[in-house]
Design a protein around this ligand. Structure first.
Ligand code: NDP
Length: 346
């Protein structure tokens, strides 16, 4: 069967396309320009996929906000993975993000309603950014949480709001719009809706990034700058953290989300919580364990020799912030409905 992947050239989407192809699916990917499609074809050919003329169709959708932009793209596919959405913290006007995030989402749902009679399932990549709220105390967020705070902050502060909150609000509003559309039109639709919420996504890059580090996606840029460019203070390295998932596991979850009926609704897909210093320690250990080292110690942000790598669980009382994970996610739904077992994560 055939799956439509929007924003198919993106960091996560390339892994979703790859995993779909590996599992025997035919893929139709949307990109914003032909050259982005050419890279995809070249990459998958070099990887050894054959019959790509049949198995990988690329269509150009220049502006996802235009009503009807996806009308042709949805025709004849059995499932949709909607991944085209801006992910950066540099927007001045929140509308720069809200437009493509919200209208882009509603636009594909409208097209699927009109012309997607063969579509059975639509999967939208949301984010745990659509669930979290500011906290000093440890919390385990679940699929019942919505990031109302980001929406409110952006309403109050507009262009003055921090860039990451504009992005968080765009993800929350886009996901809300998707469920609203679904609820309203449910009885006339051939498909149902899954939203997959990953936290920070890390792992190998197979999308086109050229030789400029700034071309890598937003989660990897933050990782890179933290590990190599001392972008975080010593305290932040130890105290600040979040949760993460490997891009290959996330791609597996996206494929399962079109296969398993019971996945319907929101699903958090997360491997574990982390503190930024954990990544620094691991990167240093891996890079300096060979002779000669892959990278010298001097290439890295300076580690803190007193950093405590043993973290307690949220239920235990916090003594020092870096002894406890503040942001945690309940992943029981992903385990139950997508079979994302903890010991199978990379
Ligand atoms: P990328 O920036 O690599 O991919 C984003 C994709 O969306 C690209 O194909 C990009 O196209 C497309 N896109 C961006 N803006 C627009 C626009 N205005 N109109 C049409 N297409 C657009 O990011 P990721 O792969 O990391 O992100 C993919 C999805 O996953 C996003 O929805 C993001 O919010 C979500 N996500 C990512 C996380 C992460 O840590 N990486 C965590 C949680 C959620 P082009 O190449 O042409 O710009």
């Amino acid at each position: 069967s055939k799956v439509l992947v929007t924003g198919a050239n993106g960091y996560i989407a390339m892994w979703v396309v790859r995993t779909l192809l590996e599992n025997g699916y035919f893929v139709r990917g949307t990109v914003r320009s032909t050259s982005k499609g050419d890279y995809m074809r070249k990459y998958f050919t070099e990887l050894g996929f054959t019959d790509l003329e049949d198995k990988l169709e690329i269509v150009v959708v220049k502006n996802i906000e235009t009503p009807g932009a996806f009308d042709d793209a949805v025709k004849g596919v059995h499932a949709i993975e909607h991944m085209a959405s801006p992910y950066h913290y540099g927007a001045e006007d929140p509308k720069e993000l809200f437009g493509p995030a919200i209208s882009g989402t509603v636009s594909i749902l409208q097209s699927a309603q009109k012309y997607g009679s063969s579509v059975k399932r639509i999967v939208i990549t949301t984010s745990t950014a659509a669930m979290v709220r500011p906290t000093d105390l440890p919390i385990t967020f679940t699929e019942n949480d919505w990031n109302e705070d980001a929406i409110k902050q952006v309403e109050i502060h507009g262009v003055q709001a921090p860039g990451y909150l504009k992005y968080f609000a765009s993800k929350t509003l886009a996901e809300k719009a998707a469920f609203e559309f679904y609820k309203k039109n449910k009885e006339y639709l051939s498909w149902d809706l899954v939203t997959i919420a990953p936290p920070y996504v890390f792992g190998p890059i197979i999308n086109e990034v050229g030789n400029k580090i700034t071309n890598i996606n937003t989660s990897l840029i933050e990782w890179y700058e933290t590990i190599f460019e001392s972008s975080k203070s010593k305290e932040a390295l130890k105290d600040v953290g979040n949760a993460w998932v490997d891009v290959r596991d996330l791609a597996r979850a996206h494929v399962r989300a079109i296969q398993r009926e019971e996945a319907i609704g929101r699903v958090i897909v997360s491997a574990n919580s982390f503190k930024w210093h954990d990544w620094l320690s691991t990167a240093i250990r891996v890079s300096t364990s060979t002779n000669p080292p892959i990278l010298p110690l001097s290439a890295f942000t300076e580690p803190d020799p007193t950093y405590n790598h043993n973290h307690t669980t949220p239920s235990e009382s916090p003594t020092k912030p870096h002894h406890i994970h503040i942001i945690n996610f309940d992943t029981s739904k992903a385990e139950k409905v997508l079979g994302m077992k903890k010991d199978e994560y990379i």
